[in-house]
Design a protein around this ligand. Structure first.
Ligand SMILES: Cc1cc2nc3c(=O)[nH]c(=O)nc-3n(C[C@H](O)[C@H](O)[C@H](O)COP(=O)(O)OP(=O)(O)OC[C@H]3O[C@@H](n4cnc5c(N)ncnc54)[C@H](O)[C@@H]3O)c2cc1C
Length: 444
């Protein structure tokens, strides 16, 4: 792994060798590691298309950053009101909406939602599709030879267990399986990693008078400009924590908003960096709540209701796949023969060291090729997650949830098709796959 992505790593003081016998408790066509937006949609797509599918998730619920990180809204399904990220992700949004748990904000197709409705709806879709769920299980290893993986090993409450599998989808966000299998990673780009943030929920907010809690303008960054100015002014005389935005999102309940404002630099693949970030940002959430109360009457009666179960990060590893999608290709909306998803979110780069954000809005939705999800020399591994093979510029747009869900959908379909035909992930019938995705409503 590149040194710049490994900042803060512990030096190994000593080493112990452990050997352990791991019972194999299941055998599947497809094992999906990670149940975030990429993973759970991939699992549904795989199972619906005939593959015996299991999903491993360290938490007790699906959604990843959307639920464990309280990352709202789900950005963005449409461009100028035209749906580009259709299929299973959009079916999911419609189901949440029917339960009163989501609101589609037009023309962007940003989706504000209730995270509890998210968890329940996703769980129902997984179980209806026949996915075998392995919650409270952390993937800690795998067996592979010559780039071909045979078993995924997970630590569970009752010790280590293994699942035999023909294909694996790494949807851990950070590319945990890729790192274990020594998949080549990209060199660090010109910019430092984007920051980590701990999202928090405020209660007692006058939500009727907080228009920025709705994200309904194309080409506009919906942060709270007056509050940002007030915080920057205050920072001249008082100690204001590093912040971004602030951005607000409603969660379908009056008086409550989620706040995306805290930020710090951290390599979240390093557990001590992650620990430091959690500690720092919990303090900052508390302090920022105090300042919001002082600075804006909309927040005068607000209180810190809860923080997200985990601090999230926007960026860690980037794998080196069969194609590295560049910012230039992305901004020029280059269409590929193996385009399998689109993204309409701006190139959205948050500074790790201050409150700045660089947003480049797209002239139309960009295309993402299948080759960004597969790695030369690895014949049964597909990687639809945030760490896919794109440079830092293209990744800064693809990383949001709607395109990531669409990549999960394509990965699940590809894995099921490969399992049916018994072929390498590099040999999947691209035109049949694209045809199917288009029939599901993906605009590619
Ligand atoms: C602060 C912040 C703000 C953001 N703002 C937005 C926004 O406004 N709109 C938007 O759409 N997106 C936003 N994003 C981006 C988006 O949330 C993520 O990029 C997206 O969730 C990535 O999806 P993923 O499935 O690849 O990874 P994740 O969501 O990280 O899911 C990975 C899953 O894998 C599990 N996992 C990881 N390792 C293991 C393991 N070893 N064993 C078992 N399970 C494992 C995790 O628990 C998790 O459930 C934001 C992200 C952050 C951090």
């Amino acid at each position: 792994m590149n040194a710049a992505y490994n900042k803060g790593a512990l030096s190994n003081m000593d080493k112990i060798t452990q050997t352990r016998e791991v019972p194999v408790i299941g055998s599947y066509d497809v094992v999906v590691c990670g149940g975030g937006p990429a993973g759970w949609i991939a699992a549904v797509a795989s199972a619906r298309n005939g593959a015996r599918t299991a999903m491993i998730e360290q938490f007790g619920f699906p959604g990843g950053m959307a639920t464990a990180g309280l990352v709202l809204p789900i950005s963005v399904f449409t461009y100028n009101n035209k749906l580009v990220c259709g299929g299973i992700p959009w079916e999911f949004v419609n189901r949440m909406e029917a339960m009163g748990g989501a609101q589609v904000e037009k023309p962007l197709g940003n989706v504000a939602h209730d995270p509890e409705v998210y968890k329940l709806t996703a769980q129902r879709m997984l179980l209806e599709a026949g996915v075998q769920l392995h919650y409270h299980a952390t993937v800690t290893g795998c067996s592979y030879e010559n780039g071909h993986l045979t078993h995924v090993i997970m630590d569970t409450r009752s010790g280590p267990k293994a699942l035999e599998t023909r294909y694996v989808i790494d949807a851990t966000g950070d590319g945990a399986i890729c790192a274990m299998m020594h998949v080549p990673m990209q060199e660090a780009g010109d910019q430092p990693l984007q920051p980590a943030s701990l999202i928090f929920c405020l209660g007692g907010v006058d939500t009727d008078n907080l228009p920025v809690a709705h994200h309904n303008l194309q080409g506009v960054n919906m942060h709270h400009v007056p509050l940002q100015r007030a915080l920057r002014e205050l920072a001249k005389t008082e100690e204001v924590p590093q912040f971004g935005g602030p951005w607000f999102c409603h969660i379908m309940h009056d008086g409550f908003v989620l706040v995306n404002a805290t930020r710090t630099f951290a390599d979240m693949t390093n557990h001590l960096d992650a620990t430091a970030a959690e500690c720092r940002l919990r303090e900052d959430a508390y302090v920022l709540t105090e300042y919001f109360r002082r600075l804006d009457p909309v927040f005068q009666n607000c209180y810190l209701a809860y923080t997200a179960p985990v601090c999230g990060t926007r960026e860690t590893r980037h794998i080196r796949g069969a194609h590295i999608l560049t910012g230039e290709e992305y901004l020029n909306r280059v269409h590929f023969e193996d385009s399998i998803a689109r993204s309409a979110h701006p190139i959205d780069i948050h500074s790790a060291n201050d409150s700045q954000q660089r947003c480049t809005f797209l002239e139309d939705a960009a295309y993402i090729p299948y080759r960004c999800l597969v790695v030369p020399g690895f014949d049964n591994l597909i990687v639809p997650s945030r760490c896919l093979s794109a440079d830092q510029i293209a990744s800064a747009s693809i990383r949001v949830q709607a395109p990531i869900m669409c990549l999960g959908q394509a990965a699940g379909l590809a894995a099921a098709m490969c399992a049916r035909d018994g072929i390498s992930v590099h040999d999947v019938d691209i035109s049949a796959m694209r045809e199917k995705l288009i029939s599901w409503g993906v605009d590619i």
